[in-house]
Design a protein around this ligand. Sequence first.
Ligand SMILES: Nc1ncnc2c1ncn2[C@@H]1O[C@H](COP(=O)(O)OP(=O)(O)OP(=O)(O)O)[C@@H](O)[C@H]1O
Ligand SMILES: [Mg+2]
Length: 239
Amino acid sequence: MIKLERVGKAYRSTERRDVPALFDIELTIEAGEMVAVVGPSGSGTSTLLNVLSCLDLPSDGRYLLDGVDVGRLSKRRLARLRGRLIGFVFGNFDLIPRASVQENVELPLLYRRAGVRRRRARAALDRVGLRGHYGDRPVELFEAQRQKALIARALINDPAVLLDDDPTGGLDAGSATEIMELFAELNEAGRTIIYCTHDEDVAAWATRIVRMRAGRVVSDRRNVPYRPHRPRRPHLRAV
Ligand SMILES: Nc1ncnc2c1ncn2[C@@H]1O[C@H](COP(=O)(O)OP(=O)(O)OP(=O)(O)O)[C@@H](O)[C@H]1O
Ligand SMILES: [Mg+2]
């Protein structure tokens, strides 16, 4: 599904020297894995996710996505491949306060017919447990529900891979558990999930934990994923 071969990434800096952020990353991720990427601040976890999302291209090495070398594609074909395979939750691309939850989730489908947009947005909202909240404004939602709306937006094209940079950042423990329960469900339904976190309890839900330090992968291990012993239907639980 995903294969990085000796990938390096350097940021163009305003000064003369480039800022290297990733070195020699070798990483293969198979369909159906749930991978947590963990590292101290500045270790390159977001940079890695941005490369995996095809928002940024590697400066060195190759990124094969579904067998295709993304560095060799035209912008147009890259956008098409990315749209088909990758859903990315942008932490900094927040919900528009004046728009309804459904309108927010419809955003990536701007150029589709209204009926298609509505149907797909509602299906995505149902998938994350926000049935009944289509017409709410973001401010009417709990923090975890807002996070789920962002996840619904990333799921709108039914991507094979879901990427999320710090899905539980700023959430209390209970809300974080709700998000991770959702990820576990999506993963058990076959979706590949890759997320960054600083929280070991959040990483514990993954089937694999990749640890980074100073732009390198320093550990990459299978993990017996944490699953709480209770029915995992958070959206049906009484509030
Ligand atoms: N747009 C950019 N321009 C220049 N340097 C950058 C840019 N983005 C990140 N960097 C640098 O690249 C390195 C890795 O940054 P990155 O954001 O990937 O770290 P991170 O692991 O996500 O950190 P955090 O956990 O705090 O989010 C850091 O040294 C950072 O300063
Ligand atoms: Mg980061």
